[in-house]
Structure formats: C-alpha cells, structure tokens
Ligand binder design. Structure first.
Ligand SMILES: Nc1nc2c(ncn2[C@@H]2O[C@H](COP(=O)(O)OP(=O)(O)OP(=O)(O)O)[C@@H](O)[C@H]2O)c(=O)[nH]1
Ligand SMILES: [Zn+2]
Length: 225
C-alpha cells in the first residue's frame, strides 16, 4: 500500500469529520481514519476484496472478475462511503429572504442511498426535510446534498436522521427543522428475516415542529403521510 501519498484533507484540522456535531452523532471512526490517501485506501481494500473473492472460490483470472476488487474498492471510497470524508461536506449557501417567505419549506422525496453498518448492504429510500425560513433561505439543492453527505457512509437510520437534522439546524441557524426518512433495508429484505414488505420510518422534529402538533400534521400531509 502506498502510505506516502497525501492523506485526505479535513475541514477543521482535527483529522476527523463531524466535529461540529454532538459527540453521540459523530461517525464512529478511529483517530487515524485519514492517515491514508484515497488511492492508498483503494489499493488496500482491493487487495482484501481479492482475498474475499478467492476464499469464495472465484477465479480471478476470469476477465469479468479480474477488475472487480478494484471496482468495489473505488465504489467504496469514491461513492458509497464518500460521506466519511469531510472534504465532501457540502458548502451550504444561504440567501437573504427578501421576499419574506415565512411558511414551511419542504424538500420531499430526496433519494437516499446508504449502507447498513451491520451488514454492509444497501439502505434505499426517501428523505423529506422541512424548515421555517427566517432572515435567510437555503439553496434547495443543498438540502439534498446534506442528506447525501450523511447517507454515503456505513449507517444506522436513526443516526442518519439525527445527523441531517442537527446539520440543518446549525447551517440554517434555526431549530425549526423536520426530517423524516422512509427506507428499505436490504439486510431485512434479502437475508435474515427475508421480509420484502416492511420499511423503516424515522423522524426528528426540532423547535416548533416538536411543540406544534398542527405544524407537524401539515408537514406529514405535505409529504403524503
Ligand atoms: N436500529 C437499527 N437496526 C438496524 C439498522 N439496520 C440494520 N439493523 C439491524 O441490526 C440488527 C443486527 O442484529 P444481529 O442479531 O447482530 O444481526 P443478525 O444476526 O444478522 O440479525 P438478523 O438480521 O435478525 O438476522 C438486525 O436486527 C438488523 O435488522 C438500522 O438502521 N437501525
Ligand atoms: Zn443490516
């Protein structure tokens, strides 16, 4: 493995992501999580994945299989788990609320692709987020980007839901935030209990979303719940 290549950058200099979140919501990473560059991680993961395939008895000289270890490694580092690296934390732009829009804004049906940290298989679903704008409003796509950043890691749905809510509270400077995620867990559907019919809903309500039942009901109505 090439350990001399530069390690991934971090935004806060601590070497770890999520230091702006409360301790219980941070990704469970080792302190040396960023000692290796992306390329070194890919090389190491590919090596180990090749071994897994060999243990399964697969013929790695087969031209369809020979590239798989590196394909999987690249997918892990650059796609499935890219949200572990704070260099991918979205830069959330706010704009002045000149039009004085003060009602709830809902971004619904945000695609969630995540990965179960217990079984390393996909979690797929939708996130719905809402907030009450104050003096500033957020660029809409940034809501989707925040969801994607926290989804693209080994996760449990409860942590994902709360991370998105806490990030939005901080960046939007308001507690008036709601997050609801509905997702299918491939670990429940394709193995173990093998239930393809159930899905998992999690929600986090902050500020007036927590105290105002009518507002919460309106949010749920707007997202079709
Ligand atoms: N709370 C929570 N549990 C999850 C999530 N994703 C997967 N799980 C559960 O994590 C649990 C792990 O339990 P174990 O008994 O250690 O694992 P297992 O033997 O594979 O369990 P089965 O899936 O029941 O076969 C399972 O019940 C999974 O359904 C999640 O996002 N949140
Ligand atoms: Zn699982």
């Amino acid at each position: 493995m090439d350990k001399s290549a530069p390690a991934a950058s971090t935004v806060d200099g601590s070497g770890l992501p999520d230091t702006h979140l409360s301790v219980d919501l941070r990704a469970p990473l080792r302190p040396d999580a960023f000692a290796l560059s992306d390329e070194a991680k890919i090389a190491g993961i590919a090596e180990h994945f090749r071994e897994i395939m060999q243990l399964l008895g697969l013929d790695l000289t087969d031209d369809s299989l020979q590239g798989t270890p590196r394909r999987v490694a690249k997918m892990y580092v650059h796609e499935w788990f890219k949200g572990l690296d704070p260099k991918h934390r979205p830069d959330v732009k706010l704009f002045e609320n000149r039009y004085a829009y003060s009602q709830m804004l809902v971004e619904r049906d945000i695609t969630v692709f995540s990965c179960c940290e217990h079984h390393f298989v996909p979690i797929m679903g939708k996130a719905h987020v809402a907030y009450l704008p104050g003096e500033r409003v957020v660029g809409l796509s940034k809501l989707n980007r925040v969801v994607q950043y926290y989804a693209r890691r080994p996760q449990v749905q409860e942590r994902l839901t709360r991370q998105i809510a806490e990030e939005l509270k901080q960046t939007l400077h308001t507690d008036n935030v709601a997050v609801l995620i509905e997702a299918d867990h491939l670990c429940v559907m394709s193995r173990g209990v093998n239930d393809t019919g159930s899905s998992t809903l999690t929600a986090e309500y902050g500020g007036v979303f927590e105290t105002d039942q009518a507002l919460r009901t309106e949010f749920l109505r707007l997202i079709g719940k």
